[in-house]
Design a protein around this ligand. Structure first.
Ligand code: ATP
Ligand code: PRP
Ligand code: MG
Length: 285
């Protein structure tokens, strides 16, 4: 039977969440630490554990069909590779930073300066678009140390909480791009494997939607029902059922997790009682 081949990061920031989302999509994979390849037990899928930075080349060559990878890596070296889903984890920025003590006006300040980075193509393009010429010093890790040891005037690297910059006495001065984990697709994927990709995407979308939502049940006094329903979105519209006690209804609906606390406050103010909030496992539209 044909299997779709997926690359995920062998170890590092993306590994755990990549396996987690596949698991939530109902795919069981043996996760032996030293394994480089594994076969899913209940989906026609083979998993290749690879370095994040090597994955674009494997996708381009068609050695793997799809991959979970940081969007920033695709921007750096992912020409010809398409993004099929944004996965809403491993969110970060790729930014330019300089020593805290150095004054900064604009990106023109990088003219003629040395910038240490693991993302040379991204920086080159960014600076070229701004008409700035700088010397790039390419290093593979611990980039933030470069200005402190006299290797560079500034850096371009990943920023998330900002604590690595802070610890190295640097400040972020330009955000070049924002990134998250994505499902990327090889330009060489076969039609047969594309059918498997569509099945997988359908499952991932259900998981992502569910992660973004909460199921809410509440009791509403009937005279307040219209006011309460007006506050609620829902997949189609909220479900309203009579309670055993006369004059009351039970209302069920789905709420976006980002607006959830505000809506709950409004519901309480409008007279809702006994509000239950439950996680949703899958959400199929
Ligand atoms: N601090 C961070 N916060 C959030 N996401 C991050 C952070 N650092 C990296 N990432 C994201 O996770 C991806 C993998 O980062 P990680 O540091 O684990 O691997 P790497 O060293 O870049 O790659 P390789 O697997 O080739 O060694 C990055 O490409 C980026 O998309
Ligand atoms: O803004 P922060 O939350 O501090 O995150 C940013 C840091 O995280 C990443 O490094 P990582 O810890 O993955 O180490 P690495 O350089 O060995 O990949 C990245 O290269 C930055 O150094
Ligand atoms: Mg890293």
């Amino acid at each position: 039977m044909t299997k779709i081949r997926i690359a995920i990061q062998k170890s590092g920031r993306l590994n755990e969440d990549s396996l987690k989302i596949l698991k939530e999509a109902g795919i069981s994979i043996d996760n032996g630490k030293d394994q480089l390849k594994a076969t899913a037990r209940n989906f026609p899928l083979e998993v290749f554990y690879l370095r994040n930075g090597d994955i674009p080349q494997y996708l381009r060559d068609g050695v793997v069909d799809i991959a979970i990878i940081g969007e920033n890596v695709l921007i750096e070296k992912g020409e010809g590779i398409t993004i099929s889903e944004r996965l809403n984890f491993s969110k970060c920025k790729v930014s330019l930073a300089i020593p805290k003590t150095v004054a900064y006006n604009s990106v023109k300040d990088f003219e003629g300066k040395r910038i240490a980075t693991s993302y040379p193509n991204t920086v080159k393009k960014y600076l070229k678009d701004k008409g700035v010429n700088a010397d790039l010093h390419i290093i593979n890790g611990s980039v933030e140390i470069a200005p402190n040891i006299g290797l560079a005037d500034g850096i371009c690297d990943i920023v998330s909480s900002g604590s690595t910059l802070f610890k190295n006495n640097l400040k972020e001065v330009e955000v070049m791009l924002k990134s998250e984990a994505v499902l990327a697709v090889s330009p060489k994927i076969s039609e047969e494997r594309e059918l498997l990709l569509n099945k997988l995407r359908f499952r991932l979308q259900s998981v992502l939607r569910a992660r973004q939502s909460k199921y809410v049940l509440l009791n509403a006094p009937n005279p307040k029902l219209d006011e309460i329903l007006a506050l609620l979105p829902g997949m189609r519209s909220p479900t309203v059922l009579p309670l055993a006690e006369e004059g009351w209804s039970s209302v069920h609906t789905v709420i976006d997790k980002d607006t959830f606390w505000e809506v709950i406050d409004e519901l309480k103010a409008a007279g809702a009682e006994g509000i239950l909030v439950c996680p949703i496992e899958k959400m199929v539209l």
